[in-house]
Design a protein around this ligand. Structure first.
Ligand SMILES: Nc1ncnc2c1ncn2[C@@H]1O[C@H](COP(=O)(O)OP(=O)(O)OP(=O)(O)O)[C@@H](O)[C@H]1O
Ligand SMILES: [Mg+2]
Length: 180
């Protein structure tokens, strides 16, 4: 069986006024069914590695690798449409700061339901039940109240758990937690 992820010599480069800056410089690793932790000092490229795998590095930044495969498929060769299918379904990423990941003008319940329905086509009713179940799974007390709340009404820790619920609702095979 192939690895879930097979990364060889991944580099992320940004052009700057001082020349090219390598935010990630030749990282290699594989991921099977285990948990993989990447540790490094602030600014060493952990989040950029996660973003590169999800193909979320914005131009003029660019990604190169000798190999970058998701269950044997070449990630660099996938179209944006194929990537949209993989994101959420196969790989999800939880960002450090809920402020940048949650939509401030949509209530929490609708955000979780929307992701679930996008990937499964489930009815609103099914999605509602699933969203409540996910909030319970991440130990949110009073999930029915939280479903109707907006992100700014959440504490920092609740915001993070809501994001985790959102990222897990589609049952991805890989969850990237870019936690600092
Ligand atoms: N758009 C950009 N242009 C140039 N350099 C960038 C850009 N975005 C990020 N960087 C640089 O890329 C490097 C890696 O950043 P990254 O966010 O991956 O760090 P990190 O390891 O996740 O750090 P932290 O632990 O603080 O979250 C940093 O040095 C950062 O300054
Ligand atoms: Mg980071």
């Amino acid at each position: 069986m192939s690895n879930l992820l097979d990364i060889e010599n991944l580099t992320v480069t940004f052009p700057t006024r001082q020349g090219e800056f390598e935010a990630v410089r030749g990282i290699s690793f594989t991921l099977g069914q285990e948990r993989l932790g990447i540790i490094g000092e602030s600014g060493s490229g952990k989040s950029m590695t996660g973003r590169a795998i999800l193909r979320l590095i914005r131009k003029p930044g660019w990604v190169s690798a000798d190999r970058m495969e998701l269950h044997g498929q070449d990630l660099l060769a996938m179209t944006e449409k194929q990537m949209q299918g993989e994101r959420g379904q196969e790989i999800s990423m939880v960002m450090q700061d809920p402020k940048f990941s949650l939509n401030p003008v949509m209530n929490v319940g609708n955000q979780i339901m929307e992701i679930y329905r996008f990937h499964t086509g489930a009815s609103r009713k099914t999605a509602f039940a699933k969203a409540v179940e996910m909030l319970e799974a991440v130990s949110i007390r009073d999930p029915l109240r939280v479903m109707k709340s907006y992100p700014h009404e959440m504490s920092g820790g609740m915001g993070q758990r809501i994001m985790i619920a959102m990222m897990l609702v589609t049952e991805p095979k890989i969850l990237i937690a870019a936690w600092g």
